[in-house]
Each structure stands twice: as structure tokens, then as C-alpha cells.
Design a binder for this molecule. Structure first.
Ligand SMILES: Cc1ncc(C[n+]2csc(CCOP(=O)(O)OP(=O)(O)O)c2C)c(N)n1
Ligand SMILES: [Mg+2]
Length: 626
């Protein structure tokens, strides 16, 4: 057996360079790059390994090193990269020990919730403990084998700590398996004690051979398909709910033909919104708390609901109120049995595309009534008219956010990407964005993490340099994490960033008002003479802030100026931020959907008491779907 003597850091880099994925006969590099911020916990170990790979004659000797500004942002960028690549390729992120590592914990949770692969390589405390406590070590009086990295355990799909070099091969194989498993994927964390990273070991040569991780299209159990078909055949008003699984499985075309063949309208979750073009007459658009009137009215009377690749979040079900038909039944197509079993559904555990094809066979000869199909098309057309009116509302003196969305939709091309994560924008986009391409709608709403936007845009553009990426970011999210603008400038990665400034949290302000809390603490204002945060607006100039980071900036006062600026930004080859102020009180058109946010049961405030009465009324419509 040939042995190759390398440090743990060097071996890790070499191993990652040799990993491939394959689906439908096409191969990809599994780990294309590695974001990193160095400190004493990774500079001499993994950092040294990455340096040797960068200097090697073979350009693919290791994943390309990318320098991040904030460890959380690195993970966001990596997650967006994997999402854009439909999980066929991913990135790694390396950090030092302590704060660098724990900065990645939020990103790990985001990856795991969204079922997106990311490989996290935080540095860890000394395995040998010779000079404990090392700088930034949090000591636990009751245990010496706990470090802050244990915080990754509940938010990772796989976690291991490499106390000895000999553990590395089995940890790496387990890590790759989880990264490439469609049902299990998420954050995969290998904690790397600082001393072990630099330790040399004789590795078997075969550790570094090219390895292909085949991503299966798991076929459904024929008996499950027959059961599902029987339920669907009994339906008079069937409805499909398309989730992110449709996109990850590249099943959009299969969905379009399935829906068309059987006359079943389609509602979409946030992650599944790109799954159908919005001009398809069977596309009812967004469903649930931020849904369209079309999808929500169909949902209210649907007798069979076919969920595809969805995990049925409270936004999708409007906190279990949107499916109101007594006796409504669910069929759940999902790669994860965990999700397939939800809502007491008939479970079809399979790849979305494989299941749709099998189910189409089992439904031959059946279809929904033509009148039902016509009704769905009519509801969809009515919603599209609502969208058009919102896009062109010409609200004064400040435009409404919906008008901004309208202009971005109009200026962007067929394959361009709109990207967002938190605030009032995701809900508005869910309702109003006109979709064209499965990869064109990228809203991170699993964790809805403020600060994902710019970092996510960077990752998306890194994954798809041939697409324009429009990042929509609120002033709150911008202030939380605009740091990766610097990385975009450094790498020459072009983004169009639309900063929608409404002086605070429009989303939570509206929510606060609806629960009787009077928009408390949601606006960016000075402390006034009464001691409350109700003075004038803070003089924050986000456009100037962006310019200081090295990006081009365009300021728009009106919707016309905004359109011109956006056209210019799209044509430019440099990252450009377009700044516009909008009216936080102009909400998107309603669809009468509810979201369960419990209101104080007793209160001094009359506003809260009023909201509680409304809450108790709304709660009556909540169903268990047992
Ligand atoms: C990291 C994080 N902290 C807090 C929240 C809760 N939250 C959701 S939206 C929001 C306000 C976002 O403000 P902004 O980006 O300006 O968007 P707007 O609501 O004004 O549209 C907050 C605080 C969150 N989603 N993520
Ligand atoms: Mg705001």
C-alpha cells in the first residue's frame, strides 16, 4: 500500500479536490471553492493546505480559496451557491476557533433548514490540551471535551470532531454521503482541533482517488403510487402544492406536463415559486400566508392536495387554515419520509420527477373536470390583473414596494435571478413576482435570515456567472450584513443590489400593528423628548455606505428614475447598488390569509385587547389535518 505523508489540513484539501457528484449522467465537482477567514485556529493547518493547493501546477489541486468578511456571510454565500447549482456542487467554509466558528452557527441552521449542502470546517481547541485554555477557548468546569463547536450539533446534519488524524478518512466519507443525500443534506460540520490540523500522517493513496457520489432519482414504491392515484382519482377539486423539492430535482418540466395533462392547478411555496411560469394558466402562484387569492381560494375548497417537495411550513398552510374543506386529504411526494408523512398524507417517498412520471402513468384516463380547470385559469388571470395594478399604482409621494418589484421584474431578463430573504419583500415577491425560469426566483425563507441577501447574491452569482443577479435588500437587512459587497468587488463578481429604504422594519411594523403592539421598536428614529424612540428619522445614508465599500451607487427618487438606474445597473459590468426610498405603510394586495402569531391574552392596551379578540376568532379556523 502506497502511503502519502501529509498534514490533516493538506489531506483534507486534497481529498475535497477529488470528490464528484453525478446525476442524469452529468458530473460536477462537489466542492468547488472554500471561503475562509484565518485566525490561529486554521491559519497554519487548513490555511497552509489551501495555500499549497493554490500554488500547485494543477489548477484543480484543491478548492479555490475565497476570502470572506464575516463567517456567517461566508456560509450564506455557500448556501446560495449550492441552491443555484441545484445541490450538485457546494462550497466549504473554514474559520478559526471561537468567535469565527460560532459566527457560522446561524449559517449552519439556515443551510440545514433549507436542505442545502455546505461543508463547515471550524477550527477547534487543542486535542492535546497542552497549553489550555487556548485563546478564545470557552472552558466547561464539568467537562473537557466540550467546546463552543458543540453548538453546531443541533444545527448540522452531520457533526464530527477530528481528535486524531486516523479519524479523518471515515469522517470525510460520512460527510460526503450526507452532503450528497437529497433527503438528509444540510450543514455538515467537521470540527478540526488546531494542533491536529498541522499534524502529519501517512495516508493510504486511495483516500485521494477520484470518487463519484451518485445522486439518486429514488423511484417510488409502486404500491404507494397506486394508493396515491386512487386518492387523486377520487378528487373533484385537486390542487398541487409545489415546494423546493421540485426545483432541486429539476422537475419543473415534469410538473408542467403533469398539471397540464390532468388539469390540476398549482400553488407554490417560497422555495417552489420558480417551479412554473406565472403565465401558465394552471399556475395559481403563491399559496398560504403570503399567497395569491387564486391559490388560496382553490386551497379553501380543495378536496385532495398533492404536496411535492414541500415541508408544509406555517406560511404554506397559513398556520393550518388555508385548506378548509372538511375531509381534505393530502398526498405527499417527498424524498424525505419525514416530510412525506406530514398532514396525515398518503406518503410517496421518492424523487419528485420520478414520482410525477410514475403517478402520471397510474392516472391515465383520468382528469379533473374542464370546468374546474377553467375556474382555476380565471382565478389566476384575476390575480394577474391585481399584480398589474400593484406594479403600476404610482403611489405618492414615495412609491410602494410593489412598484419597485414591478420595475425589477420588467427590467430583468428571462434567466435573471431575483434574490431576497427577510423583511416585507419576501412576502411581496411571493405574491407579486412573475416567474419565468426555475432558477430565477431565489428567496431564502426557510430561515428568513436578515443579512443573507448580499452574501447570498454573491454565492448565486458565483454559481451562475452567466445570469444577472438582482439582490433586493431592505435597510434593516443591509445594516445587518452588507459586508460581502467588499468580496464582490474583490472578486469582480457583478451584482445589482436594490436597497429598499423605508427607515426601519416595515414587515415587523405591520405585524406589530396587527397584534396590537403599535409598531413598537420597528422604526429607525432618534430618542425623542418623551424618552421614546419616536423622534426624527436617523440620518443613515446607506448609499454613501455602499459607495465607501467600493461599489457603484445610483440614487433614485421616483419610480421613473429607478427604472433608468436599474437599466444602467443591469448593463454595467460592475456591482451597482440602486437606492430607493419607499413608503412602509403601502402593503401588497391582500389575499385574506392568516398567520398564527399569538397575541397577549391579557393587556392594559386597548389595541392589544382588540387584536386578541380578532386572534381568537381567526384561531377557530385552524385545523389539525389528522
Ligand atoms: C437575523 C434576523 N433577525 C431578526 C429577524 C426578524 N425580522 C424579520 S423581518 C425584520 C425587519 C427587516 O427590515 P428590513 O430589511 O428593513 O425590511 P422591511 O421589513 O422594512 O421590508 C426583522 C427584524 C430576522 N428575520 N432575521
Ligand atoms: Mg426596512
Amino acid at each position: 500500500m502506497t502511503a502519502i505523508r501529509l498534514t490533516v489540513g493538506q489531506a483534507l484539501v486534497r481529498f475535497l479536490a477529488a470528490q464528484r457528484t453525478e446525476r442524469d449522467g452529468t458530473r460536477h465537482r462537489l466542492i468547488e471553492g472554500c471561503f475562509g477567514i484565518f485566525g490561529h485556529g486554521n491559519v497554519a493547518g487548513l490555511g497552509q493546505g489551501l495555500l499549497e493547493a493554490e500554488l500547485a501546477p494543477d489548477p484543480e489541486a484543491g478548492p479555490r480559496y475565497l476570502q470572506g468578511r464575516n463567517e456567517q456571510a461566508m456560509v450564506h454565500a455557500a448556501v446560495a451557491f449550492a441552491r443555484t447549482r441545484n445541490r450538485m456542487s457546494a462550497l466549504a467554509c473554514t474559520s478559526s476557533v471561537g468567535p469565527g466558528a460560532t459566527n457560522m452557527v446561524t449559517g449552519a441552521a439556515l443551510a440545514t433548514i433549507n436542505r442545502l449542502p455546505v461543508l463547515l470546517l471550524p477550527g477547534d481547541v487543542f486535542a492535546t490540551r497542552v497549553a489550555d485554555p487556548v485563546l478564545q477557548q470557552l472552558e466547561q468546569p464539568g467537562s473537557q471535551d466540550i467546546s463552543v463547536n458543540d453548538a453546531f450539533r443541533p444545527v448540522s446534519r452531520f457533526f464530527d470532531r477530528i481528535w486524531r488524524p486516523e479519524q479523518l478518512p471515515s469522517a470525510l466519507l460520512a460527510a460526503m454521503r450526507v452532503l450528497t443525500d437529497p433527503a438528509e443534506t444540510g450543514a455538515v460540520t467537521l470540527a478540526l482541533p488546531q494542533d491536529v490540523q498541522a499534524e502529519a500522517h501517512d495516508w493510504p493513496a486511495e483516500l485521494f482517488r477520484e470518487r463519484v457520489w451518485h445522486i439518486p432519482r429514488t423511484p417510488p414504491d409502486p404500491v404507494a403510487v397506486a394508493r396515491a392515484a386512487e386518492v387523486i382519482r377520487s378528487a373533484r377539486r385537486p390542487l398541487i402544492v409545489a415546494g423546493g423539492g421540485v426545483i432541486y430535482s429539476a422537475a419543473a418540466e415534469a410538473l408542467r406536463s403533469f398539471a397540464g395533462l390532468f388539469g390540476i392547478p398549482v400553488g407554490q411555496t417560497q422555495a417552489g415559486k420558480g417551479s412554473m411560469r406565472s403565465d401558465d394558466p394552471l399556475c395559481a402562484g403563491a399559496i398560504g400566508a403570503t399567497g395569491t387569492t387564486a391559490a388560496n381560494q382553490l386551497a379553501a375548497r380543495a378536496d385532495v392536495v398533492i404536496g411535492i417537495g414541500t415541508r408544509w411550513t406555517d406560511f404554506t398552510t397559513a398556520s393550518r387554515t388555508v385548506f378548509a374543506e372538511p375531509g381534505v386529504r393530502f398526498v405527499n411526494i417527498n424524498v424525505a419520509s419525514f416530510d412525506a408523512a406530514k398532514q396525515s398524507g398518503v406518503a410517496v417517498v421518492a424523487d419528485a420527477r420520478a414520482a410525477l412520471e410514475a403517478l402520471a402513468g397510474a392516472l391515465t384516463g383520468w382528469s379533473a373536470e374542464p370546468a374546474y380547470r377553467a375556474r382555476a385559469a380565471e382565478l389566476a388571470a384575476r390575480w394577474q390583473a391585481t399584480v398589474e395594478a400593484a406594479y403600476t399604482a404610482r403611489h405618492e409621494p414615495l412609491p410602494a414596494q410593489a412598484e419597485v418589484i414591478g420595475v425589477v421584474n420588467e427590467v430583468s431578463g428571462e434567466r435573471d435571478v431575483v434574490l431576497c430573504a427577510a423583511g416585507s419583500m419576501p412576502g411581496d415577491l411571493h405574491k407579486l413576482w412573475r416567474t419565468r425560469d426555475p432558477g430565477g426566483y431565489h428567496v431564502e425563507y426557510g430561515y428568513s435570515c436578515m443579512g443573507y441577501e448580499i452574501a447570498g447574491g454573491l454565492g448565486a452569482k458565483l454559481a451562475a456567472p452567466d445570469r444577472e443577479v438582482f439582490v433586493l435588500v431592505g435597510d434593516g437587512s443591509y445594516l445587518m450584513m452588507a459586508t460581502e459587497l467588499v468580496t464582490a468587488v474583490q472578486e469582480g463578481i457583478k451584482l445589482v443590489v436594490v436597497c429598499v429604504d423605508n427607515h426601519g422594519f416595515a414587515s415587523i411594523g405591520n405585524l406589530s400593528e396587527s397584534v396590537g403592539s403599535q409598531r413598537f421598536g420597528t422604526s429607525y428614529r432618534f430618542r425623542g423628548p418623551d424618552g421614546r424612540l419616536d423622534g426624527g428619522y436617523l440620518p443613515v445614508d446607506l448609499a454613501a455606505n455602499a459607495a465607501s465599500l467600493g461599489v457603484d451607487v445610483l440614487r433614485a427618487q421616483t419610480i421613473e428614475e429607478f427604472r433608468l438606474a436599474l437599466v444602467k445597473a443591469r448593463a454595467s459590468d460592475r456591482t451597482t447598488l440602486v437606492h430607493i426610498e419607499t413608503d412602509p405603510l403601502q402593503a401588497a394586495p391582500p389575499s385574506d390569509a392568516w398567520w398564527d402569531v399569538p397575541v397577549a391574552e391579557v393587556a392594559e392596551l386597548a389595541t392589544t385587547r382588540g387584536a386578541r379578540t380578532a386572534y381568537e376568532e381567526a384561531k377557530q379556523r385552524q385545523r389539525p389535518y389528522l
